[in-house]
Design a protein around this ligand. Sequence first.
Ligand SMILES: [Zn+2]
Length: 102
Amino acid sequence: MPQPCPIHGTPHLDGYAVRTAGFLGGQVFDYVEAMRARFPHANAVSFGSCAARNAGTRKKVKYCAECRDALWAWCLEKRRSHEGALPFVDAVVAHLSATRGS
Ligand SMILES: [Zn+2]
């Protein structure tokens, strides 16, 4: 059995991460930094190489629902504080919207 979330202490659920490919903007660095501190087990994104052909497909993962809530809040913060395109944040929001409750 995987360990429960170190921040929230909640057991993990079965779900999906979305595979990404290529460079999706500077938000990726913010994401990795915020993830370590706030949602280490959100497991919503699986980073692929630039040439990954399976981008946009899903990968089975275990995740912490509370980490995903924290990730969702982070995406909303990014949207509020940034004008213009945020392809990475949009990809995460789309994935979370599509997979909530599943
Ligand atoms: Zn958690």
